[in-house]
Design a protein around this ligand. Sequence first.
Ligand code: BTN
Length: 237
Amino acid sequence: MKHIHLSNIDSTNAYLKRNYKELDNYTFVSSDSQDKGRGRNNREWKSENGKNLLFSLLILDQELINQFKELSILTAYSIIKVLEKMNIKGLSIKWPNDIYVNDKKICGILLEAVTTDKTDCLIIGVGLNVNQKEFVGDYLTPPTSLINILVNSIDTNVLQNAIFNELVENFEFLKAGHSYIEEIKAYDYLRGMSAYALIDNIKTPIDIIGIDDDYSLRVNKNNEIINLEAGEISFHI
Ligand code: BTN
């Protein structure tokens, strides 16, 4: 395991995409700032210099790569477990992998795969808002940060190490056959909500049943029960 800390980079995910061939499983890359931080759907991920956690974890282990569906949601769950120890309340997972505090987003996760003739690696990128107080600009969901909840500023290094240790421990447990699905279901933000999903580019009303055993989202669409895979839809609640 190796931790690389950078003061500035285009994107920690992009750094691992360029360098994964020379790096070990569980290499952890963090940065104080990113010039081209990206979220899902190629959206920009903005963060004030040095205030938040911006990091990516490299997964080269083939057994874990095969469990990619679990990994992104287990990342969200692992971070929640660390934040709960800091006495943060109202935490939930907005499927597939955002972390909310009540109705505000505190953390985003971007899981990317590098594929040649097979999947060479997974890169799990995490942006967790820590010491940034104000968020100016357009956001799909109103953001919040730990300092806005706890008032006192937080040592990002201590928090980062705690998250890294929790992630590796839970990933190793997953590999050993432990299932986190029931624990994850307890944090399901969308369960029971009505929403619009963009399915095949058509805005469709759905009633959400909740996260299913295979980590897909079970929904009722015009009285038909279907399961949606991450990446298939975007939401409008
Ligand atoms: C999302 O909510 O859309 C996912 C956001 C992921 C942001 C993190 S910050 C560290 C890593 N590097 C990136 O460019 N993106 C991820």
